[in-house]
Design a protein around this ligand. Structure first.
Ligand code: LLP
Length: 425
């Protein structure tokens, strides 16, 4: 459930009319709902209640400071994958002790930054990274708290570009190498082994791969502990999918996911659990609002040309992702629909949001909203075609605030430098 509903025939974010926001900040823009962020965080946490995990929100899904600060006030930790994200989590008030540093290619400088900033745990993904971290920690007179991301070789049955838990993927240490690598790490002066981590992919709509991965995780921990290596913390990753296509898609509910986790880890309730959900918290807490620039008829096709483009929301172009598109003015019941190809202005055929999408008749100047755009939307946007990044607005009840303004053209051009060997024009 989210808080983007029609009220008196017009789409609202909680108590704020989307059309009023468009008048205020211009289009395209992202809009987030505080109540939805809070609800998703709470529902997810409640689903795992008996294990009482530290929910480390995956910052990559939506790293706006307003979003992070909203979640931080609910007690969220953060899962970060770069120094930049680490700095964002700190700036939003998440202490280092609640920050997990993940990622397959952390640099030495990033590892040092994490150690300087009281990191909770570094999820190490390879032996070269382990060696580098050991050296960095020793040079700083510290012991780095380490969990290993173990690749369980499980098929997550999701889009190939966001599947991470198969042996052929670049992520984690191989399952069969884990006992040897854990034993080695236990002898290293700069390393303190604190746990184990798994993350098998994103937008999972089936619970079976989770069950399989967690069962393998439990077996591995039992084996390591039999070898005399304690593994007190279990980081069960993120990846639970959300409904993008509301009418015929029903991914498992967080409570069903929670049941699987509790079943697999029955009897282990007094261990320390952590998780890293991103999309489930943020996706349906955000929309992207755009204006129709033109409606073009070409043969028997209708193109809806928007002022948003693939630089604002790249998921359809990159993953063939589906996003619901709804008019901001509620269509009256029984309004006929037409098939539109919904596109942006960029000179690439890939700049297509949807093909043959049934929508009521729309005209230039009308507003539409892409639903479920709160995760991997704004964070993946770019200035391609020198298009300004869409601003981000956050709503709470009847209030709204600009969480990131639209850059000006001067801001954008001012970032470039012409070398002084070129004569001034
Ligand atoms: N933990 C790790 C180590 C991850 O790599 C990810 C996501 C997460 C947690 C959070 O997964 P989530 O709960 O959000 O599924 N850009 C793609 C999604 C990429 C996900 C990458 N890793 C998209 O737009 O679908």
């Amino acid at each position: 459930m989210d808080h983007f509903l029609y009220r008196d025939g017009a789409l609202h974010a909680e108590g704020v009319a989307i059309a009023a926001l468009a008048g205020d900040v211009g289009t395209p823009f992202y809009c987030y709902s505080t109540a939805t962020l809070e609800r998703h965080f709470t529902v997810f946490s409640d689903g795992l209640k008996p294990l009482d995990p530290l929910v480390c929100y995956a910052v990559k899904a939506n790293s706006n400071l307003a979003v992070l600060a909203t979640l931080a006030r609910l007690g969220a930790g953060a899962d970060v994958v770069s120094e930049g994200e680490y700095r964002r989590a700190l700036a939003a008030g998440i202490p280092g002790q609640k920050i997990i540093f993940s990622g397959v290619g952390k640099t030495r400088a990033e590892l040092a930054f994490a150690l300087e900033n009281d990191v909770r745990q570094i999820n190490v993904e390879s032996e070269p990274e382990l060696d580098a971290l050991n050296q960095v920690a020793v040079s700083m007179g510290q012991r780095a708290p380490v969990s290993f991301r173990v690749n369980p070789d499980v098929d997550a049955k999701t889009h190939e570009k966001i599947s991470t838990g198969k042996a052929e993927n670049k992520f984690g240490i191989a399952y069969d190498d884990a006992p040897r690598i854990y034993a080695r790490a236990a002898t290293m002066p700069g390393i303190e082994v604190v746990g184990i981590d798994m993350h098998i992919g994103s937008q999972l709509t089936d619970l079976a791969p989770f069950r399989e991965a967690y069962t393998r995780m439990r077996a591995l921990v039992e084996r390591l502990e039999a070898d005399g290596i304690p593994v007190p913390r279990l980081d069960i990753g993120g990846g639970l999918g959300v409904p993008y296509e509301r009418t015929n898609e029903m991914p498992p509910l967080p409570t069903d996911y929670g049941k699987v986790v509790q079943e697999v880890f029955a009897g282990w309730e007094d261990r320390e659990f952590e998780c890293e959900p991103g999309r489930l918290i943020a996706a349906n807490a955000g929309i992207l609002v755009a204006e129709v620039i033109y409606v073009k008829r070409s043969g028997d096709r209708r193109f809806l040309i928007l002022d948003a483009a693939m630089n604002d929301l790249i998921r359809p172009a990159l993953y063939d992702a589906y996003h619901d598109i709804v008019p901001v003015i509620e269509p009256a019941p029984g309004t006929p629909t037409y098939e539109y190809d919904v596109v942006g202005p960029i000179c690439e055929s890939g700049d297509t949001f949807a093909k043959a999408r049934a929508l009521p008749e729309l005209k230039a100047g009308d507003l539409v909203a892409f639903r479920s755009a709160g995760a991997y939307g704004a964070v993946m946007s770019s200035e391609y075609n020198t298009r300004p990044l869409a601003p981000e607005v956050i709503v709470r009840g009847d209030d709204f605030a600009l969480a990131r303004p639209r850059p000006t053209y001067d801001d954008m051009l001012g970032k470039d430098r012409i070398p002084d060997w070129i004569d001034p024009a």
